[in-house]
Design a protein around this ligand. Structure first.
Ligand SMILES: NC(=O)c1ccc[n+]([C@@H]2O[C@H](COP(=O)([O-])OP(=O)(O)OC[C@H]3O[C@@H](n4cnc5c(N)ncnc54)[C@H](OP(=O)(O)O)[C@@H]3O)[C@@H](O)[C@H]2O)c1
Length: 318
């Protein structure tokens, strides 16, 4: 495993700059939400950009102009279709390079170089990136399955900007993982030329964390969908109710917490030291914290009987 000292912590390549900017933007937006409402001018357009789904209900009245940019929230499935296809292609390309020793296609190699691909410096493992890319692909596949066969969507909406952001997001995440593959010129660098020799304890730990967090996220999405069904499993309404069970006993949005845990499990799989990936985790932390905060506010304003001990995002803390 490379150490922090061994990595170029100060190198702010385009990918790192992008994730840092996104993380800072969501941190700032979250901080703005913590300021008492009276102190901030209510801007319908801004609120419309940061809220989606049920949390739009808690925002100031939406002008008709805002509604023109609405996209059904059930289109979340499009994000995962793109991700399964794109990240499936990247996974195939990496596997192909590792098995045959062939370089990445020219255009992909060029793109990775622009974004800031890692030239081998000593210690980076191609197996880590391969596992993380496989996790990302499996995560997208499960989410696509949930969107199509588990979740019951209402007529909730997202902003068209959020829609496009979601599409580009999964392309960028996959490229970020691939850019962490150690390269030797145009070829993937494999220490000792045997991938299995690269297996380390943190790969096992990361995999266990990934399975554990994914299982909880799935469970939470099932709990949410069951709120809209009768005992026979038939959808009977599309309202928002108070969820109970599993991690819902601790936080209002355990599915967002599980998402964060999934990205942390990937950081573990990278061997804990990958700065670029920690910037992705930081972005996921603030974006999910913002959504969880707004959901928590929505539940507390809608239900007088909402459990008092329940936090928004982090058990016992926030
Ligand atoms: N990595 C990222 O940057 C990122 C960004 C966004 C989301 N995500 C992940 O994507 C997943 C889905 O996100 P989301 O924002 O759609 O989650 P969500 O708001 O909790 O919604 C999940 C599903 O449950 C329904 N639902 C929500 N609250 C409900 C309630 N109180 N009663 C009954 N049904 C309810 C929703 O329906 P309606 O909303 O249609 O009413 C939707 O079908 C999450 O796990 C999240 O972590 C990741």
């Amino acid at each position: 495993m490379a150490t922090w000292a061994g990595t170029e912590v100060s190198a702010l390549n385009p990918l790192r700059a992008l994730w840092l900017t996104l993380a800072a933007t969501f941190l700032l937006t979250l901080l703005l939400q913590l300021v008492p409402a009276g102190l901030l001018p209510g801007c319908a357009f801004f609120q419309d950009l940061i809220r989606y789904g049920k949390t739009k209900e808690g925002a100031p009245p939406r002008p008709a102009a805002c509604r023109a940019f609405d996209v059904p929230k059930r289109y979340f499935s499009h994000f995962y279709i793109i991700s399964v296809l794109w990240n499936g292609f990247l996974l195939w390309s990496l596997t192909h390079s590792l098995v045959t020793g062939a370089p990445f296609p020219n255009w992909l190699h060029g793109l990775l170089r622009i974004l800031g691909t890692a030239q081998f410096r000593g210690g980076e493992l191609a197996l880590s990136a391969l596992l993380v890319l496989a996790f990302l692909w499996l995560h997208s596949l499960r989410r696509l399955f949930e969107c199509l066969f588990v979740s019951v969507f209402s007529n909730a909406v997202i902003h068209i900007v959020q829609y496009w952001f979601g599409l580009v997001y999964y392309i960028l995440v996959g490229l970020t993982v691939l850019s962490q593959v150690p390269m030797d010129g145009r070829n993937v660098y494999v220490i000792g030329k045997n991938l299995l020799m690269q297996a380390r304890w943190f790969h096992i730990l990361g995999m266990m964390m990934f399975i554990w967090s994914s299982a909880h996220q799935y469970k939470c999405h099932v709990i949410l969908s069951n709120l809209r069904k009768n005992k026979a499993g038939v959808v009977i309404h599309c309202n928002h109710r108070i969820p109970f069970g599993d991690w819902f006993e601790y936080v209002s949005s355990p599915n967002y917490l599980a998402e964060l845990m999934i990205y942390i499990s990937m950081a573990v799989t990278f061997g804990f030291y990958n700065l670029t990936w920690w910037l992705v985790v930081t972005y996921v932390f603030f974006s999910q914290a913002l959504s969880a905060f707004l959901s928590h506010k929505f539940y507390k304003s809608k239900f007088i009987s909402y459990p008092k001990h329940r936090k928004a995002f982090l058990p016992f803390l926030f």
